[in-house]
Design a protein. Structure first.
Length: 282
């Protein structure tokens, strides 16, 4: 990719495919925000249908992410610096907006650039419907121009009743441009268990694009939550065994430094608590 990305919308499809012990697959249409954390105030002033930290048809609230504070950029940058990253460039977040005041983000992704425009790290923020949140800060290893970014880490947060915590995540990420693409593969000790992807196309961050997104996805947040519960029920009907939820939550973030490495250091501070929604599916 040449140059830094710009704030925008991505409209596309989410796909989940479970490979074992029972095959299961579903797809649904979504749209997401892609925002420069340095430009939140500007977007809030310029756009009629999107507000920052206050109610609107669409809104982005910093307290929905990170440690729940209202300075999300400083939270991300602090963890970057603590891990040894330069942390001197822009930070973008890809996430669902609040729609009619409500949102659930299973995964929010932060793209962390240096002042020179190099993507140095990606922070994957995972939330479950039991009210917990955990983030994985992973380095971007320089590779071929325009090629996919590959990252891997141990799973730390209990996300689904059907997936134990002793699994591994592999991420395949395309640096955002006209297309947005991310894939997450989950493995146990015997092989691949689950694949989840989001593939979207860029739309300008304008009132017209926001209005079209709302009109074509008027109940997107409700659809996401209903899909989680419905697909969980279908998995239960298929006889997929339920994994016990660990009693002790993990800390708020796991970190790999700029040099990479296979092990993650886990922050032992209390886990971030969010609103409980009762059940998670995949």
């Amino acid at each position: 990719m040449t140059g830094l990305p710009a704030s925008c919308l991505y409209v596309g499809k989410v796909m989940h495919a479970r490979l074992k012990p029972a095959k299961h697959r579903f797809v649904y249409r979504v749209f997401s925000l892609f925002l420069d954390l340095d430009s939140l105030a500007t977007h809030s002033k310029k756009l009629r249908f999107l507000s920052v930290n206050r109610f609107n048809v669409l809104s982005f609230h910093e307290r929905d992410h990170g440690d729940g504070s209202t300075n999300l950029k400083d939270w991300v940058r602090g963890h970057l610096r603590d891990a040894g990253y330069a942390a001197d460039g822009p930070i973008f977040i890809q996430c669902y907006p609040r729609l009619w005041g409500y949102v659930f983000n299973p995964l929010s992704v932060y793209y962390c650039y240096t002042q020179s425009g190099m993507l140095e790290a990606i922070l994957h923020e995972v939330s479950n419907t039991f009210g917990d949140r955990h983030s994985y800060l992973l380095p971007v290893i320089p590779g071929g121009e325009g090629g996919p970014i590959h990252q891997s880490c141990a799973k730390k947060l209990y996300v689904s009743p059907f997936n134990p915590v002793d699994h591994r995540y592999d991420f395949k990420v395309r640096e955002p441009d006209d297309r947005y693409a991310i894939g997450i593969r989950e493995f146990d000790s015997e092989g691949e268990v689950l694949v989840a992807t989001f593939d979207g196309r860029r739309r300008a961050l304008s009132d017209g694009a926001l209005a079209r997104a709302v009109l074509t996805h008027p109940l997107m947040t409700l659809k996401v939550i209903m899909a989680i519960h419905w697909e969980a029920f279908r998995l239960w009907r298929k006889g997929v065994p339920v994994a016990k939820r660990p009693e002790q939550p993990v800390g708020e973030i796991s970190v790999q430094g700029p040099a990479g490495g296979s092990a993650l250091a886990t922050d032992q501070s209390p886990a971030i608590q969010t609103q409980e929604i009762r059940v998670s599916s995949c």
